[in-house]
Design a protein around this ligand. Structure first.
Ligand code: GLU
Length: 485
């Protein structure tokens, strides 16, 4: 058995859709689960669609996602170059071989003729009427001598069928008469994707071609090329579509109206790359047990082609958020602080507080990093709040006892020799005991005074500790003034 080689072959569009990322991930996992190589190839033959900086988006995404390629334009390898535009001159000789063997032909049709063809009912949706398929040698020689520009088209068999087996979708058969005489080499000399992918996959020794199922219907044409050259056909692994849930309950192809669809945008939305990768791994594949949370290393061991599903999967943002929360919980507090640092600083608006302690109160309740600034904004500045907040049934606080509790807490806390979590804890618990009330009856008014918000990450003790003595006491004084005012 030859070594497994997969390739991720993006066209540089400047945007990494989660569908593309899933393709890259599955290619990576298929290679790594079988000790193979994962190759990156840039498919930039469509020069009109060239986007500045787009290749960098690809490198950056693969790197952030942890999908390390073994060969590629940036690191080289034995099968380079890995950018199709740099391979430009390699394709034409192969196309010429096909002309010689009767599997391709030169087409001299002008743009005007092809445009006129599109106006006809039969070719309104594209296609070519095979006008140049049977030109005589004399005609061809004459046109060539005149320097007439031409494309090279694949000569499809006019009858019979082409059958192949896809590892996910099973056996597929296409009637040959439905296959278009597609262009292999364009007038500008560049190969089309349809031609270049076959030549490159063969020359690069690719054993498994993994891609979106929008290519399934073109695959018979590629197989006819492999056959014409006498090359071995790779294993095809076409992946089902990723759908999004519409408001009316139906599903349709995942697009912007469902939410973010790009890797960068999901990261901007506050999702961790590891969680995105983990979630995406399960969009079309499942392990043989119910495990859901995997590191990339674990996926590399577990992944298998036979558990890829052919039914479309629905991108569930709530589920992704659940994964994200799990990844956040599993970090050390220091790791979480580093990951969330920017968001914490944003919430603090320039105020210098202990960000590790803040990370500590946020970690268990954060499912998206973008929730953080709003959740901790009260540290930056005490918000305006209503005295009603002091009244809480569960904590047994009311308009009468709240000021009493807050005043008693203020007096005890002002007398504390050292301001730290344990001292504040002992002080407030001791006070509740002394007064013969529930802990909550003391804690509730203190927390409201310290934060000015009904819901906060962390309780009274953590918040007082983080605010520091002066700020904490000043806020309690304000609270007392509000309650007594
Ligand atoms: N360049 C193609 C794309 O980005 C790749 C398809 C393939 O993997 O063969 O869709």
């Amino acid at each position: 058995m030859s070594k497994v080689r997969t390739r991720y072959a993006p066209s540089p569009t400047g945007f990494m859709h989660v569908g593309n990322l899933r393709t890259a991930l599955y290619e990576y996992l298929i290679a790594k689960s079988q000790g193979g190589d994962f190759v990156l190839r840039i498919e930039d033959t469509d020069q009109e669609r060239y986007v500045e900086g787009a290749v960098d988006v690809i490198y950056r995404t693969l790197k952030t996602a942890g999908l390390k390629h073994d060969e590629g334009p940036d690191i080289g390898g034995d099968y380079g170059p890995y950018v199709q535009s740099e391979r430009k001159d390699m394709y034409r000789p192969f196309a010429e071989k096909l002309i010689e063997s009767g599997h391709a032909y030169r087409c001299f049709c002008t743009k005007e003729r092809l445009d006129a063809l599109k106006q006809t009912e039969e070719y309104a949706n594209g296609g070519y009427d095979r006008h140049c398929r049977d030109l005589s040698k004399e005609e061809i020689d004459k046109l060539l001598a005149e320097g007439t520009p031409y494309v090279i088209r694949q000569k499809m068999p006019l009858d019979g069928t082409t059958t192949f087996t896809d590892a996910v979708f099973g056996e597929i058969t296409a009637p040959n008469e439905e296959l278009q005489d597609q262009i292999l080499i364009k007038t500008d000399g560049y190969p089309t994707y349809n031609f270049a992918n076959v030549i490159d996959d063969h020359l690069m020794g690719i054993t498994h071609v993994v891609r979106g199922n929008e290519y399934l219907s073109s695959t018979p044409k590629y197989n006819l090329l492999y056959e014409a050259f006498g090359w071995e056909i790779p294993t095809y692994v076409h992946l089902p579509l990723i759908m999004g849930q519409n408001e009316d309950g139906t599903v349709s192809k995942l697009s912007k109206r469902h939410g973010s669809t790009g890797f960068d945008d999901l990261v901007k939305d506050g999702f961790l790359p590891e969680a995105i990768i983990n979630y995406i791994a399960l969009l079309g594949w499942c392990p043989d047990d119910n495990t859901e949370v995997f590191t990339l290393k674990e996926l590399e061991q577990k992944f298998s082609i036979d558990r890829i599903s052919k039914s479309p999967s629905v991108f569930d943002y709530a589920k992704l958020e659940w994964f994200n929360g799990e990844y956040i919980k599993n970090m050390t507090v220091e790791q979480f602080e580093q990951t969330a640092h920017e968001y914490i600083e944003q919430g603090l608006g320039g105020k210098k507080l202990d960000t590790v302690k803040i990370a500590g109160i946020l970690q268990q309740r954060t499912t998206k990093l973008t929730q953080i600034p709003e959740n901790i904004d009260f540290f930056a500045e005490l918000p305006e709040y209503d005295a009603e907040l002091y009244i809480n049934k569960k904590s047994k606080t009311n308009a009468e006892n709240a000021p009493v509790m807050l005043k008693a807490a203020y007096d005890e806390l002002s007398a504390l020799a050292s301001w730290d979590h344990d001292s504040i804890h002992a002080c407030l618990i001791g006070l509740a005991e002394k007064l013969g009330v529930k802990n909550g009856t003391v804690m509730w008014p203190v927390r409201i005074a310290a934060a000015g918000k009904k819901v906060t990450p962390g309780g009274a003790i953590e918040i007082l500790d983080i605010l520091g003595r002066d700020e904490a006491l000043a806020r309690m004084e304000k609270g007392l003034a509000k309650l007594n005012g």
